[in-house]
Design a protein around this ligand. Structure first.
Ligand code: KIV
Length: 275
């Protein structure tokens, strides 16, 4: 059954947890969709895990549309949410609506995600008024890495915790259908979750959020860079891939691949006529 934002609303009302993973390409998105995950995020984390940048700031609208198209083609059931990349919505309300529209119209996403709280509410309102569902994202917002002074846990003192609660309420009022809470102390995320009527989707925000999201390469052990504390490794696919690549390398070099079973035949009569 195709998931919609109404399923997110129902899940919150019925106290059912929402599962979400990132994906950036057709094959991974297909596996994630077939596994029954509720929503797939084409996160701008693709800049780090797929394109090799040190942060998400260089990701462009063209990158996002290209990868969103691939994921959307693979997805039959999950809700497809695409990130608005850095400077595609911060610049103006017009840019926010225009670029959100591109992710829906060209990328075929069902919803967009943007980072920021109270200061982004005019963008959220305008995008929602254009009939595009918006997922908000507060707490650690990686597009603000330079302003935040690094990838750090947010909302730890009283002032910051109160500001986070206010931001969550503001994005809900502005029309967001869900909000990602990234790198927020678990107790604070629990308070936010209780205060809101829209679902909270946690990443590094504890178990009391209404849903969870992870970067898929992190959770299957495929990304060998930094692994944050909040990531649980469900598999070590990276090691398996490396072993397979090493084995292939060895067999190519020693001539044992390809063997007969991986080789096409031609009749000897034809071969004789070639000389
Ligand atoms: O870009 C991304 O993958 C994200 C998730 C970490 C929530 O925004």
């Amino acid at each position: 059954m195709k998931k919609t934002i109404l399923d997110f609303k129902k899940a919150k009302e019925n106290n059912e947890r929402i599962s979400m993973l990132t994906a950036y390409d057709y094959s991974s998105a297909k596996l994630i969709d077939e596994a029954g995950i509720d929503a797939i995020l084409i996160g701008d984390s693709l800049g780090m895990v797929s394109l090799g940048y040190e942060d998400t700031l260089s990701v462009t609208m063209e990158d996002m549309i290209h990868h969103t198209k691939a994921v959307a083609r693979a997805t039959k059931n999950a809700l497809v949410v695409a990130d608005l990349p850095f400077m595609s919505y911060q610049t103006s309300v017009y840019d926010a609506v225009y670029n959100a529209g591109r992710l829906i119209k060209e990328g075929r996403a069902h919803a967009v995600k943007l980072e920021g709280g109270i200061e982004m509410c005019d963008r959220i309102e305008a995008i929602v008024k254009s009939s595009i569902p918006v997922m908000a994202h507060i707490g650690l917002t990686p597009q603000s890495v330079n302003a935040l002074g690094g990838f750090k846990v947010q909302g730890k003192d009283e002032k910051a915790a109160k500001a986070l609660i206010e931001a969550a309420k503001a994005v809900e009022k502005a029309g967001a259908f869900a909000v990602v809470l990234e790198c927020v102390p678990a107790k604070l995320a629990e308070i936010v979750t209780k205060e809101l009527n829209i679902p909270t989707i946690g990443i590094g925000a504890g178990a009391q959020c209404d849903g969870q999201v992870l970067v898929y390469q992190d959770m299957i052990g495929m990304f060998s860079g930094f692994t944050p504390k909040f990531v649980k490794k469900y598999a070590n696919i990276g090691d398996m891939m490396k072993e397979a690549f090493e084995e292939y390398n060895k067999e190519v070099k020693n001539g044992s691949f390809p063997s007969q079973e991986h080789t096409f035949k031609i009749s000897e009569d034809v071969i004789e006529k070639l000389y």
